[in-house]
Structure formats: C-alpha cells, structure tokens
Design a protein around this ligand. Structure first.
Ligand code: PFF
Length: 450
C-alpha cells in the first residue's frame, strides 16, 4: 500500500480537539453567525442558537464522532460498514455532495478575507475610516471579477495542496499553533468594540431578547447555523472521529469542540454589534458584506489598527483554511477509502470541480448583475449550508437512534468513558428531541421561507 494511502490516527486527544475545533471554527463563526444574527433580530436569535447548540448540535456531534470512531471510515464507508447492503450509505453520499457545494462558496468568502489581509497590508484602510469608505471598498472589491476569482482560486489551491499531503502533516500542524493567537485577537477586538462610545445600543440589540419576535425562520436558521458552525450533518465529524483513538473520551472531546466554537461565535457578535451601533451607517441586516464592512471600523479605532487588521484577516484566512480542508476531506476520504484513489488524485479532482462550481457564487456579489440580483451565493448557502446539513443531521439521528441503536452507539462511547453519565439524556435527544425538531422545521420549510 502506498504510504499516502495509510489511515492516520490523531497524535493525542488534544490533537483531535484542536483539529475538530479547527474545522468547526471558521467563517461560520465570524462571518456567518453575525450575518444571520443581524438579519434575525439579534438577541432572540442568539438565545435560540445557544439552545440549538446545547440540545441538538451537541447530540449530533457526539453521534457523528461515535460513528466515525466505531467504523474507522469515511461517511459513505461508515454507513456501509455498520449496515451493509442498505440504502444508508446515501446519507454519506449526500455529505460528499454537500461538502463540495459548501466549499464552493465558502472558499469565495475565504478569498475575501485573504483579499482584506492584502488590503490592510497595502494601506487601503489607513487614516480615518468611515462607513462610506468601508462600503465603497467592499463593493469595489467584490464586484471585480478577476480579483475575486484569483483569491478564490488561491484558497482552493492551498486547500487542495494541504489535503493531498495527508491528515497529520496537513491538518494538525496548522490548528495547533494559530487558533490561540486568533482567540487573543478576538478578545482584544471585543473589548475595544464594547468600550466604544455608543456601544450600549449594540449590546442591547445583541443581548436583550424580544420574545415576541420568535418565528419559524429563527428556529430554522438557528438550527441550521448550529450544524454549519459545528461542521455537522455532512459527515465531517464522522471522518474526523474516524481518526480518534479508542482510549479517548468522546463526550468531553465533543464538549470542548462545541464550547470553543460557540464561544468564538458569541465573541464575534461582541465585536460586530457594538461597533455597528456606535458608528452608524451600516444596517444589521446587511448580509454577506456585514463583517467586512464593520471590522475595518473597529481597527481604525485601535492604536496600531493597520497591523492588527492585517494580522486578524490573515489568521481568519487560516481559520477558514482549517475549515476548507475539513470540507474537502469528506469527498477525498471517500475516494481514497472506497475507490482506492491516491490522496493527490482525489484532492486535485475535487478541488477542480469545487472551483468550477464556485464561479457563479464568486460573481454574485456585484461582478455579474444577474447572479447578484438573484443572490446566487445566498441561495446556495441556504440550500446546502442550512437545508442539506439539516437533512443529513436528521438521518444521522434516525440512524443512531433507531437503526444502529443507542445501545450499540453507547458501547462505543463507553470505550473511553466507562461511566457515560449523560447516556440517557443523549439517547432521548438522539431518538426524539433532535430528529423531531429538525423534521418539523423541514416539513414547514415552505411556510417558513414563505
Ligand atoms: N464549521 C465551519 C465554520 O463554521 O466555518 C464550516 C464547515 C466546515 C461546515 C465543515 C461544514 C463542514 F462540514
């Protein structure tokens, strides 16, 4: 067997937690969470989101890594292994497809972050920055087809390269060193934002829920965002779980991943909303451009803001890369395990397909008027980032709860955690609470989206 086809194992428990957090933490926390919170009325969304993470996200996360570690396989192989000769492997195929589609626009946004790193370095944000300036810079940047496509291509290129080098060399090294630095920067920015004059209104918007605003849409988006942010519903965590050692405690590992991911998202909100209200001119419901327009404002209020800005966007690009590689890992692990391709072949082909699929998204924020008008990127994100992940997560719950069986799954969990104290709660959520909540949302999707 060629060395690059061997299956790796994480060096330690902490290595898994860091790599899985690397997958979870990314643009979902810093770009998507504030965007959706802003569109969905602020605090009420935040409140429901936290519930969704604790009650449903954690359940599915533990479920996925349990399937992964038990089967030691990619998502397609895992279902085939546990229930051979059934249609369950379709859930794995759906994941492979979803991974490619999510990556196709995710890498576009990651390209924007890389572009903003370069902009900070080259002086676009020097001097006093106003909302007019950030608005203009953003729309000029995203409406230039060549620029957006080049950055997008670079992101796909780096992702493909890292993935083709294999699990340990590629993923582990990156996550270990850089996430803590990003974390410190985020705390610093949150402190600066909260202490801006006029920040209180933003804090109220972000933290004081108005329960009369609760709606089906908020439930749908909160659950969808929980899956997106924790990298669930498409088998990423099955794949990552397949590299965990049998001695590790899956419950605490899942707990750490969910906790750190949620913490970063909540902190991102503490940067965006106080700034947004302290420096008027951008609406909370702004959409995909929100954080790109707001962040330069905070940096301009910080001594050494240009350096911090450059560093922040560089680290955010790297955080995005640890997520893009996890997205590409799903189709690649499938081709390597099931079809006997080499990692290099698999990564090159899927990378190329993803790039082609992402072109319309890349052109849909100003570069092409038709794609912009129909908000192509927004729709792909909704279909794959919300609906497809929710469908995947629903089937994963049904599979664990009713097909493979909570008893069998628990046996796997108990290997590194003989007490498994939350067994009953988890069983209840995986069999009833989570699938029913997701199912109801999906059934009413038409009325919800309206
Ligand atoms: N969780 C990543 C983020 O929040 O940025 C995005 C993501 C990665 C979603 C991997 C799904 C996935 F399988």
């Amino acid at each position: 067997m060629a060395p690059e086809r061997e299956r790796g194992v994480w060096g330690s428990k902490i290595a898994f937690i860091l790599a899985a957090s690397g997958s979870a933490i990314g643009l979902g926390n810093i770009w998507r969470f504030p965007m959706i919170t802003g569109k969905s009325g602020g605090a009420i969304f935040v409140f429901i989101y936290i519930l969704a993470v604790v009650l449903i996200g954690f359940t599915v996360l533990l479920g996925e890594i349990t399937i992964g570690r038990f089967s030691q396989k990619n998502p397609v192989g895992a279902f085939k292994f546990i229930k051979p000769g059934t249609k369950w492997s379709l859930v794995g195929y759906l994941g492979v497809l979803t991974g490619i589609f999510i990556l196709s626009y995710y890498a576009v946004i990651a390209g924007w972050t890389l572009g903003y790193f370069v902009k900070f370095l080259t002086g676009s944000f020097r001097g006093e920055i106003t909302t007019d300036i950030t608005n203009r810079i953003f729309s000029q940047f995203t409406s230039s087809p060549i620029t957006v496509l080049i950055y997008f291509f670079v992101i796909i290129g780096i992702t493909t390269y890292i993935i083709s080098r294999g699990v340990k060399g590629g993923i582990e090294r990156w996550s270990k060193i850089l996430m803590p630095v990003l974390f410190i920067l985020i705390i610093l920015l949150a402190i600066r934002a909260i202490t801006l004059p006029g920040a209180e209104k933003g804090l109220l918007f972000y933290l004081k829920p108005d329960f009369s605003k609760l709606s089906g849409k908020i439930l749908l988006f909160a659950i969808g965002q929980a899956f997106f942010s924790l990298s669930l519903g498409m088998g990423t965590m099955i794949t990552y779980g397949s590299y965990i050692s049998k001695r590790d405690n899956l419950v605490t590992s899942a707990g750490w991943v969910a906790f750190s991911d949620t913490l970063i998202a909540l902190l991102a909100g503490f940067i965006i909303f106080p700034t947004l209200f302290a420096i008027p001119g951008i609406s909370p419901g702004e959409g995909a451009g929100l954080v790109f327009k707001v962040l330069p404002l905070v940096f301009s209020k910080l001594p050494g803001g240009i350096i911090f800005g450059a560093l922040f966007f560089l680290l955010l690009t790297i955080a995005a890369l640890t997520s893009t590689i996890s997205l590409l890992e799903v189709p690649v692990a499938y081709l390597v395990d099931e079809k006997n391709w080499t990692r290099t072949q698999a990564a090159s082909l899927t990378g190329l397909i993803t790039f082609l699929l992402g072109i319309p998204s890349a052109l849909s924020t100003g570069a092409n008027s038709f794609l912009t008008k129909i908000n192509f990127l927004g729709w792909i994100d909704f279909l794959f980032g919300n609906i497809s992940l929710a469908i995947g997560a629903l089937f994963i719950c049904i599979f664990i709860g009713w097909i493979w069986g909570v008893k069998n799954a628990s046996k796997e969990v108990e290997k590194g955690n003989p007490q498994f104290k939350i067994k009953k709660l988890w069983a209840f959520s995986v069999r009833f609470l989570s699938p029913i909540a997701v199912l109801i949302i999906l059934i009413f999707i038409k009325t919800i989206v309206g």
